[in-house]
Design a protein around this ligand. Sequence first.
Ligand SMILES: [Fe+2]
Length: 502
Amino acid sequence: MISTPSKPATSEAFSREDWRRGYQTQSEEASYWVDDITGQIPPELSGTLFRNGPGTMDVGGDRFHHPFDGDGMICAFTFVDGKVFFRNRYVRTPGFIAEQEAGKILYRGVFGTQKPGGFLSNAMDLKLKNIANTGVHYWGEKLMALWEAAEPYGLEPVNLETLGPEYLDGLLKAGQAFSAHPRIDPGSTRTGGKRRFVNFGVKTGLSSAINIYEFEEDGSLATQQTRNVPGFAFLHDFVITENYYVFFQNPVKFNPLPFVFGQKGAAQCLEFDPKGKTQMLVIPRDAAQPVQRFETESCFVFHHANAFETAGAFEQDGKLIVDSICYPSFPSVEPGEDFMETVFEDVPPGQLFRFTADLSQGNVTREEISLRPCEFPSLHPAKVGKDARYYYIGCVIDPNIANAPLQSIIKLDLQGEPKTWTAAPRGFISEPLFVSRNPSDVNAAEDDGWVLCLIYNAARHASDLVILNAQDLQEVARVNLKQHIPYGLHGSFTVETFGITA
Ligand SMILES: [Fe+2]
């Protein structure tokens, strides 16, 4: 079992009312040049930060059971000449449109939202509402809102208008899974030095089929393969190296009956097995090579930080290293529970571990990197799949606290001491994202750039985009939005400014 810090969260550390207000539905859609800026936006910061996350927490006053069931709302910040143009807009999925028109909840949510009327009105209704709320990426001249259980939605990058379901030139069928966690391969001899957009989709049940795709810079399909693995697989994220895709198959069982009979959401039917083994699936990018499976101690993983190979992973002394955020069990909000009343010290903490697989010997070892509860790891894009020194991760304010909302950012130096920046006591952070100062400068330091992070600032009941110097984590600038953005999930940065000029 993973050891956990024992110090309880204290009521003085943050105001629960502050934390709750960050979840309020944002019904306004806006588009403006931000004129309230503290500090100075670095003029060399040029490009667009896209973020996705649930913007609704209710329909017509009826609360969703879990924030992950909220509809996707995209935010975009385009940086031009030290200025920033902001806009936010909902993804117009059919489910979003129908519920907004009806003014009430019409769909069940994966994480436990039920239609009004009790289990009788929910039983046998297995329709999924594509909420497009988890990730957002610009690739091959397409902006896509991603939700792992179905196809992405295409968006217009300047005004964020919804273009419709994106089937990737016929690659996907309606309703086909396409993960919200693509990895951008920075390029290697395998790819001819070119970047690639690598993503997967999983169809699971008694066994699981994992479809894995690689796309060239122009959006065309480079490679595609399907691997079948035994057992149910909850796969939210993965990592890549030059030669492998790596997935962690969590030790969970899925009993769909409470979902079918209208008593639970699908994700509430997952049962974590603390005595089970977490399976590391090592899938060669060369489709002719076999999948390898390695067992490690029971833990639950949503997100990985990175992975890399040492000296040819199949050769003598070569290893495959994976850094992942591990939970001692699956955190869920059960029927009858209210996530607004979360007792944080009872929520399993995410902690960063390093897994080292010896592929030739067939074993995996695990060691802790940081036990400080944390989530949303980020790194220099050029270090994806390579040996990185720095990670930027959301974390709790006190390293010894059992669990609490994320209010700080930690820069982990795998060769030195960590640095932290905090938004406490009234700021609550989202995923920090590292942006390189000069992506084409291969000789630049790995931390030469900025960390961008959207925080909910309860003091203003509005959100601030904070720009930190990645080297010392000092605040460089703060973009004070006119409105709050509910706690989000994932984002990405592109150097494109889409013709927007100051
Ligand atoms: Fe995620």
